[in-house]
Design a protein around this ligand. Sequence first.
Ligand code: AMP
Ligand code: MG
Length: 412
Amino acid sequence: VAELLSVAEARTIVLEHTQPLPAESTPLTPAVLGQVLAEDITSDLDMPPYDKAMMDGYALRSADVAGGQARLEVIEEVMAGMVPARVVEPGQATRIMTGAPIPHGADAVVQIEHTHLHSARSLGIDTRPVRSGHNVLARGQEMKRGDTVLSAGARLRPQEFGILATVGRTTAKVYPAPRVAILSTGDEIVEADQTPGPGQIRNGNGPMLMAQTQRAAAQPRYLGNARDTRDSLRTLIASGLEDHVLVLSGGVSAGKLDLVPSVLEELGVKAHFHKVAMKPGKPILFGTLTTGNRQPATLVFGLPGNPVSSYVCFELFVRPALRRLRGVIDVGPRFVEAALAEDYSYRSDRPTYHPAWLETADLGRRARPVPWFGSPDLRGLARANAFVVLQPSQEPYRAGQICSVMCVEESD
Ligand code: AMP
Ligand code: MG
């Protein structure tokens, strides 16, 4: 019997088949917040473009106030947005507002608080010795024309929007948000607005996977629920294969009506793996569809139907793939080490991603497994913010033992 793939090996296979989507020239509206820049950005100007006052006060020659005290003649008043007309000569000063250009001749600004007017044109200064450059932001101090101010791979956070606007950009090459089709399967499934009949349950996975996709900064498209028939699956899967990614739940294990793998095969999807050594979620399928003219290949994830299996497999495999498609370099998931908060009794032959509460206390990280009875138990997940990885080799699990914990980021 061939050894089952480990989670790490399986994720490597997924990422080997995943490349960033072709970048597009994109208007820099807030809708692209969190997306990734696909080009280096250079500045078209010096910032600031002129020596600039950083305080409201008087622009003057520092040599005139080397000792801190002076009596000067006020020659002009310059507001932000104006250009000074007069050169400041020895013994002179110009009233200046924050943001205004420093007049020629002046090399420092004394704050208004350290000055007093004897008359409209006669200024007294009483401060500490003033050095050249005091309260002046020199031209080009933040950036020079031609500087690379942002590099490809940068995530667009609010400060990046500010920088892009500063250098005059209203569009930039950005990796697009992947489109993700979500398809649940099962004859027993009805939607949330229905009352389940005998033998039926409501569709929890559809809305959950839609939300996980949205959280991963991708665009979800709900295809509905396929019945466990080849016809129903074929139609809906074919539609889902039009998107960058197709995520299915259910129908991938060994039941008589688990038809997803064979319908995928019929539609030309090449399966790269179909089982991973993990719990929950062992029968996860990953495949790709390469169609002649269409690049890149569609990624297909067949997640097991049990809700926690679907959730964990999405976080372990789909989310990193979405990050790569979006041009994110560090695709995660993020694992940290934490001490087990209490003894825990649990047995399995496979590494188990057990819902847990991770807290960062003064003495380090601690992880507490939450009550959970297995892959159908979504309520256990509602009490968790992470998964502690319980390795069979580490059993018995004792308080203080160091475990690997998968963090679940609340946004991408
Ligand atoms: P399957 O992988 O299709 O064998 O489904 C495994 C288990 O998950 C079964 O108990 C299903 O009823 C359940 N299940 C499958 N799909 C969903 C869904 N969309 N929402 C909630 N439970 C589901
Ligand atoms: Mg099923």
